[in-house]
Design a protein. Structure first.
Length: 307
């Protein structure tokens, strides 16, 4: 009877965690429009294709868009926010392609339990971090001397981590990234709901990580934190963050920007007034402001081909 009671209590706790995660996810993704300021159809003179690449224990799905012609073209590797896939970035990569870039969006599945599954911790080996970049480099239309990484939320984290591992990256644009996961999970929460929400996040992260103990989990959080890798980020970085983001507070970008400046790196922080998380897929005016800055900032570093 005791074992049954204990298991039932664990089941209740898991149910509560799942309910909180579902509610939090619903609040984040409700009314998201990935074509808010980006094309809803493929623009003229832009070609698209998709493919999948196996790398170690990962299966990488790639969505491509680029100008017609043999290239090579300056290339932007794009990663979506957590819970979304490369196909959700079609408007973004079509937009970039219309500006003269070859753009490729990536998502990942990892071999777990005999089949490919989606995981928050799809990257487990050092080589996983740059696997999508290396897959992109293999295309002859990619100009390997003009590479950038761009991402949103979790995708921003990925972009920064790629830059830390790949010295060939010329520019990084990260929208509202978590830059220090230990700090993000442990910081004081403004309300009971936020405390419950972040407890659910941490429980979910632990299960997804597959860590055998807390020491291994903390080590994995460190490897996933761009702030811990800041010394290896040498490319110019543009951070874009809303000042009313309660999911990933502005402090996350401010702390990374401060550290990069201490290291003598080139970094810009664009703060969007009165903007929350994933604002650029919700608010047209704020999205246009951020995207205009993104394009002009990338143009100065990659010199895209005229479409």
């Amino acid at each position: 009877m005791k074992n049954f009671t204990d298991d039932r209590g664990g089941g209740r706790r898991r149910s509560i965690v799942l309910a909180v995660l579902l509610a939090s996810t619903a609040s984040l993704v409700s009314c998201l429009n990935y074509h808010l300021i980006h094309p809803e159809v493929v623009p003229p003179r832009v070609i698209t294709w998709a493919d999948e690449v196996k790398s170690g224990q990962m299966l990488i799905h790639l969505e491509w868009a680029g100008p017609a012609g043999p290239g090579p073209f300056p290339t932007v590797l794009v990663h979506p926010d957590a819970g979304h896939r490369a196909r959700h970035m079609r408007g973004v990569i079509w937009d970039l392609a219309s500006q003269g870039y070859l753009a490729v969006a990536a998502d990942y599945r990892r071999m777990i339990g005999g089949r490919y599954r989606r995981s928050l911790f799809a990257w487990r080996e050092n080589s996983d971090v740059t696997a999508a970049l290396e897959a992109a480099r293999s295309d002859p239309r990619v100009d390997g001397s003009r590479l950038a990484a761009l991402g949103f939320s979790q995708g921003g984290v990925f972009s920064l981590l790629i830059a830390a591992q790949a010295p060939g990256i010329r520019a990084v644009v990260a929208y509202y990234p978590v830059t220090d996961f230990k700090h993000w999970l442990s910081r004081p929460k403004p309300s009971a709901w936020h405390r419950l929400e972040f407890h659910a996040f941490e429980s979910y992260f632990r299960r997804q990580s597959g860590a055998r103990d807390d020491a291994e989990f903390q080590q994995m959080l460190g490897r996933a934190s761009p702030l811990d890798q800041a010394h290896s980020i040498r490319a110019p970085v543009l951070l874009i963050h809303g000042d009313r983001d309660t999911t990933t507070p502005l402090e996350e970008s401010e702390r990374l920007a401060s550290r990069l400046r201490e290291l003598g790196r080139e970094v810009d922080l664009l703060v969007i007034h009165d903007a929350g998380h994933v604002f650029n897929f919700k608010d047209r005016a704020k999205a246009s402001n951020a995207w205009g800055t993104t394009l002009s900032w990338l143009r100065r570093r990659l010199e895209p081909t005229e479409p």
